[in-house]
Unconditional design. Structure first.
Length: 354
């Protein structure tokens, strides 16, 4: 019987572009091959404490910025702005599950995160349009500090807020995994293997790993093996010099091959890694350019809409003024024609003497 494992992953979000990228994915505002768009309407927003727009990927970072400003937080260059958790389980766990059972699982995860992180949980969405159901939790990193002051008049305290993600240490995450697994035991889920969390390596770290892997000295290894050889059937030491003499041609050949292969593979692997990093940097640049272009188009469209709305209002006002002008004209013009003096009558008197 396959084990149903609990899955909990974490990622730190250090700038606003990364927040927007995460929102684009979480709100399905970009096309991805691993998403079945015909099922995207089944996705559910479970938490949205900032009132983020579901049609604007930039709104999450905007609302978060407003939230931090209200707390009078002074951001630093190296601050982690948000933390994203992805919660799921083994694919086998969800096989045969009803909609209600999946909803109960999702509600249970929300309950755990609210208990652990409280108001720091800003956004959560359940994705049901990928291969395995999962939840994205987006957390703020604001932290309140209460400072106490004393003077001759008594004591007072002052609250200040800052951004702090130092709590997410390796030890904290291990314990968080433990508590999360315990929380999900009643659902039939088990904790994954401790220490199995994968970490992304920087290019510099990757180079170091390659160098270490290719730096094995086989000559020392073979020498050590030769010196420790014993013949089980003779129960005495083998002639080291005799063995070394017989092994020498083969060892020299192996050493040359090792050196050539080491240099070749080190170059090939590092070159591949460099090209991959370059592609990643180019992709990130393209994403930034695309985001700026989208903002420019959005601003242009908004200006056009504002101009059309203003023009419509001016035309409506002009029509009102025209109608008002016609009404005023109608009031000024007399309703009855003016009296006409009869012909033949002269003088100021009505009659005259004969």
């Amino acid at each position: 019987m396959p084990h149903n494992y609990n899955i909990l992953r974490i990622g730190k979000v250090k700038n606003r572009q990364q927040i927007t990228n995460a929102a684009e994915h979480n709100l399905r505002l970009r096309i991805q091959d691993n998403i079945d768009s015909s099922k995207s309407h089944f996705n559910q927003i479970l938490i949205n404490s900032l009132g983020v727009s579901t049609t604007d990927a930039t709104d999450l970072q905007k609302k978060l910025t407003d939230h931090y400003k209200k707390l009078d937080i002074k951001e630093k260059k190296d601050n982690v702005l948000m933390v994203e958790f992805v919660v799921s389980a083994s694919p086998e766990f969800f096989k045969g599950k009803t909609k209600k059972q999946i909803q109960d699982w999702a509600n249970s995860q929300v309950e755990f995160f609210k208990k652990e992180f409280g108001d720091q949980v800003k956004f959560a969405v359940l994705h049901l349009d990928e291969k395995t159901p999962h939840i994205h939790f987006m957390l703020g990193t604001e932290q309140k500090t209460v400072k106490h002051y004393k003077n001759r008049y008594g004591s007072t305290e002052k609250e200040t807020w800052s951004l702090n993600a130092k709590r997410y240490s390796k030890g904290f995450l291990i314990e968080l995994h433990n508590r999360h697994a315990e929380h999900n035991q009643e659902l039939g889920l088990k904790r994954g293997v401790k220490g199995s969390m994968r970490k992304h390596k920087s290019l510099k770290e990757f180079y170091s790993i390659v160098d270490k892997a290719l730096d094995t000295d086989y000559q020392k290894t073979i020498e050590k093996t030769i010196e420790s050889l014993e013949t089980s059937f003779l129960s005495k030491k083998v002639s080291i010099e005799e063995i070394r003499e017989k092994f020498a041609p083969m060892m020299n050949k192996l050493m040359k091959q090792q050196k050539v292969l080491k240099e070749k593979y080190a170059f090939d692997i590092k070159d591949w890694a460099t090209q991959l990093q370059l592609k990643a940097d180019q992709l990130e640049t393209k994403e930034t350019e695309l985001e700026n272009f989208k903002k420019h188009i959005g601003n242009s469209l908004k200006m056009k809409q504002d101009f059309e709305a203003e023009l419509k209002a001016v035309r409506a006002r002009a029509k009102e003024l025209e109608e008002e002008n016609e009404r005023l004209k109608a009031k000024i013009q007399p309703k009855n024609p003016p009296l006409v003096k009869p012909q033949g009558l002269t003088g100021n008197k009505i009659g005259s003497r004969i």
